[in-house]
Write a protein that binds this ligand. Structure first.
Ligand SMILES: [Zn+2]
Length: 240
């Protein structure tokens, strides 16, 4: 059901990926190096649901939207354009973004991620997930994939650092310590996955993809948030 740690030199030949993205931007923000090196990935966005009744939130207004319907429709279009740069295809789960509703049950979320992974991928596809720090939606996704590992439903994951949220002081270290305490071992992935090591092509794809999320960059009040210029980091996580 999985591959062990990928290596860049094999990436262009065959490295099917199933990338879990909490929101419609996190995969491009956090693991663009993998996506750029492995065309044909599936990017499964968890909190991609459309609220039944339009809502107006502070974040959506800052992003330039009148309500949640307008926001989610445009954010999906942004995501479509960004994923096209990677040659990736979108899978979207119907869970509601935390600004619109309550967090989903961990068990149900784990089931839905596993089902999407098993349906969408060939048997050797790597499951790629966010570390799951700071933002409650990211943390809930982190609890879900940890459950899949602990129960043996998945043998290992490639974990990417949550861009922007990782900047919270101590958040990444705390999460890694929690994984270890919970019986999961995280080994850093080869540094050669950093976009700058992959060359100008990967950097160009990464930048163009990130800039497609114009509404979210507007809400962050930055043309290109500083954290996105920091290197990407990855781990292989499996049961200890
Ligand atoms: Zn997010």
């Amino acid at each position: 059901m999985h591959k062990d740690c990928l290596r860049p030199e094999t990436a262009s030949t065959a490295c099917p990926l199933f990338v879990v993205s909490p929101h419609l931007d996190d995969a491009a923000f956090g693991c663009a190096a993998l996506l750029a090196a492995c065309p044909g990935a599936c990017v499964c966005t968890v909190f991609a649901g459309l609220p039944a009744h339009p809502q107006s939130t502070q974040w959506d207004r800052a992003a330039g939207f009148d309500d949640s319907t307008q926001a989610m429709r445009e954010r999906r279009r942004e995501d479509d354009r960004a994923l096209a740069h990677f040659g990736a295809r979108a899978i979207r789960l119907p869970f509601l973004d935390g600004q619109y509703g309550a967090l989903p049950d961990v068990g149900r979320l784990a089931d839905e991620i596993a089902k999407a992974y098993e349906c969408a991928c060939t048997v050797d596809a790597s499951l790629v997930v966010p570390l799951g720090v700071r933002h409650p939606d990211h943390m809930r996704v982190g609890e879900a994939w940890a459950r899949l590992l602990r129960t043996g439903r998945v043998g290992s994951c490639i974990v990417y650092e949550d861009a922007i949220h990782r900047a919270a002081r101590g958040a990444v270290e705390k999460r890694l310590a929690e994984l270890e305490a919970g019986g999961l071992h995280a080994a850093p992935l080869d540094e050669s996955w950093r976009p700058e090591r992959l060359g100008a092509r990967a950097l160009s794809i990464r930048r163009r993809a990130i800039l497609e999320y114009a509404s979210q960059l507007r809400a962050f009040d930055s043309a290109f948030p500083a954290d996105l210029a920091r290197p990407e980091r990855y781990w292989c996580v499996r049961r200890a």
